[in-house]
Write a new protein. Sequence first.
Length: 118
Amino acid sequence: MALITRIEKVQVVHHGPPEDCTLLMNKDLSTPFSVAMHIGELLMTRSVVALVNGEPWDMHKPFTEDCELQFLHFKDDQPDIPNQVFWRSCSFILGSILERAFKEEIHVELCSFPRPNG
């Protein structure tokens, strides 16, 4: 019984289409993707990144506290954050491919300004 812990709940307030709503989700388990699954399939399939308390948040990163949530996609009026996520992901993928393709022959280093923090 000591190994079985109680799952804590967090309150997630969703702002945006199709409607504003509040959901109780599992702390450290539920993600923005989980919330999108509860709300609707279109939101689940087109969302690129979430804003949790105003900060960009990976769609599969678990919630750690009560929060406000908004989903972003490429057809938003201001798609700046989804575009940044897309290009950053592309640069990491391209760097990994180049590093594996050239192995020891050519040194590959990710260069960007400002420096990546991840």
